[in-house]
Design a protein around this ligand. Structure first.
Ligand code: NAP
Length: 236
């Protein structure tokens, strides 16, 4: 899908400032491309491990990165980081395969890292205008939707992320009443993260996912929700 000109995020102010964390990832990169083609965009801050050493495992590093962009307010924050395969280990198929180190690693990247991103970046959202913050989660993090079992570390780390996003949204609403904070399932997207596991499942390209994600964000009016890329609600 091409990057046709025009505005993708009409609900944000003209000249809005966007921050994408995980700009090197399959979905993160496509989101950056899409945002760059938005004529309404003022500034895009791309945060990635490869280009600037940003590491979700280090709070000092996260705080430092947030501090370096504190010269102006943020209108759009996207946290597009995450892991599914850790230390070469595929997600568990059964309880027998639980490894505490792998589980901890999933929690550190998928839940604690984004919590620290929330801690250091959310306060920088503009208080005066509508703003949006999205944390890429996964439908498999839904407890209600879990019919198949397996993938316990990834599922649990995403369920924890969802709780973190919900909690952050409640606190942020007190100081930033126009901020919409969302946990979002991006769909099954053709990226390195999903490649080993997506066989037989319908997939979309990162570009299609990015278009859907921005459209859903633009339309989302309620804060603290868990939604899919098409804006449909997902049960916690
Ligand atoms: N693809 C799918 O089908 C799918 C489905 C459901 C949910 N999701 C979620 O969507 C999000 C993005 O996934 P993706 O498919 O785009 O994955 P991806 O291509 O593997 O990208 C993952 C991103 O996370 C970054 N990252 C991982 N560990 C990090 C760390 N310790 N510090 C800093 N950055 C770190 C990676 O940085 P490097 O480039 O430096 O490794 C990369 O930018 C994830 O939260 C994933 O769980 C994806």
């Amino acid at each position: 899908m091409g990057c046709e000109a025009g505005s993708h995020l009409r609900s944000l102010p003209q000249g809005y400032r966007a921050v994408v964390i995980g700009a090197s990832g399959g979905i993160g990169r496509a989101l950056c491309d899409r945002l760059r083609s938005d004529e309404q965009l003022g500034e895009l801050v791309e945060v990635a491990r490869g280009s600037d050493g940003f590491d979700l495992l280090s709070e000092v590093n996260i705080a430092d990165r947030a501090g370096r962009i504190s010269n102006g307010p943020i209108h759009l924050l996207i946290c597009a980081t995450g892991v599914l395969t850790t230390h070469g280990q595929s997600p568990e198929k059964s309880l027998r395969q639980i490894d505490p180190e792998i589980m901890l690693s999933q929690f550190r990247v998928n839940a604690i890292g984004p919590a620290l991103v929330a801690k250091h970046f959310l306060p920088q959202l503009d208080r005066r205008s509508r703003t949006a913050a999205v944390f890429l989660s996964a439908r498999v993090g839904s407890i209600t939707d879990n019919k198949k079992g397996g993938w316990i570390s990834y599922r649990a780390s995403k369920a924890a992320l969802n709780q973190i996003v919900r909690t952050a949204s409640i606190e942020l609403a007190r100081t930033h009443p126009n901020a919409v904070v969302t946990a979002m399932h991006p769909g099954t997207v053709r990226t390195p993260l999903s490649a080993p596991y997506s066989k037989g499942h319908p997939t979309v390209s990162p570009e299609e996912a990015a278009t859907s994600i921005l459209r859903a964000l633009d339309r989302q009016t309620e804060t603290g929700k868990f939604i899919a890329y098409d804006g449909s609600p997902i049960e916690w």
